[in-house]
Design a protein around this ligand. Structure first.
Ligand SMILES: CC(C)(COP(=O)(O)OP(=O)(O)OC[C@H]1O[C@@H](n2cnc3c(N)ncnc32)[C@H](O)[C@@H]1OP(=O)(O)O)[C@@H](O)C(=O)NCCC(=O)NCCS
Length: 162
């Protein structure tokens, strides 16, 4: 079992971000593959907007296993799902599925949003398969010059999938 806690401007979280975001698997999965350093982490924490939410997923013993983000548009009641990543040592244990359940519950049950969407690199076959298995639908496949596909989850699908 895991919980989500907001990411912090600490060296502890900077170390996690540096390790995770610079890994081969993250660089292959994310549209933005800029190198992350402690400085870029602190800069991000200083500059981000209040609706740009990022969490660290951790076990109930406080062991970090991954991260996820939501960029919320409160006017249109939608959010962009961002930066889902599970530590390479912690994969295939169901953490990705648990993170999705927590972050989507926050989006639909707490924030009462209508839709959550994400851009996924077309080349990220494992990520696309993961999203399909956990219930997302691909709704557009020729975005950014066919480099990314769009996936969406709507409130009705979320509520129907319970
Ligand atoms: C995608 C990712 C988040 C999955 O995390 P995870 O904790 O290993 O996923 P889970 O263990 O919860 O897997 C849930 C289901 O997704 C599917 N799945 C997970 N990883 C998969 C893979 N590499 N290939 C195909 N299907 C996969 C499986 O069907 C799995 O169910 P099962 O274990 O009952 O067979 C993780 O591999 C990751 O961080 N990848 C790099 C970053 C990334 O691609 N992020 C998403 C796109 S931005």
């Amino acid at each position: 079992m895991i919980r989500l806690r907001p990411i912090e401007a600490t060296y502890h979280d900077a170390d996690l971000l540096v390790r995770w975001r610079n890994s081969e698997s993250a660089r292959a999965a994310f549209f933005n593959s800029d190198v992350v350093t402690p400085d870029t982490h602190f800069q991000f924490m200083r500059n981000r907007k209040a609706h740009d939410l990022v969490w660290i997923a951790e076990t109930l013993q406080g062991e970090p296993v991954g991260m996820v983000g939501l960029r919320v548009d409160v006017i249109h009641r939608v959010a962009e799902h961002r930066s889902l990543y599970v530590d390479e040592q912690a994969r295939h244990l169901g953490y990705g599925r648990e993170i999705e359940a927590l972050v989507l519950s926050y989006a639909f049950d707490t924030l009462r949003l209508e839709c959550v969407w994400a851009d996924v690199l077309a080349s990220n076959e494992a990520g696309r398969r993961f999203y399909e298995v956990v219930g997302w639908k691909e709704t557009a496949t020729d975005v950014h010059g066919a480099q990314t596909v769009v996936i969406e989850m709507h409130r009705q699908e979320w509520e129907g999938g319970r």
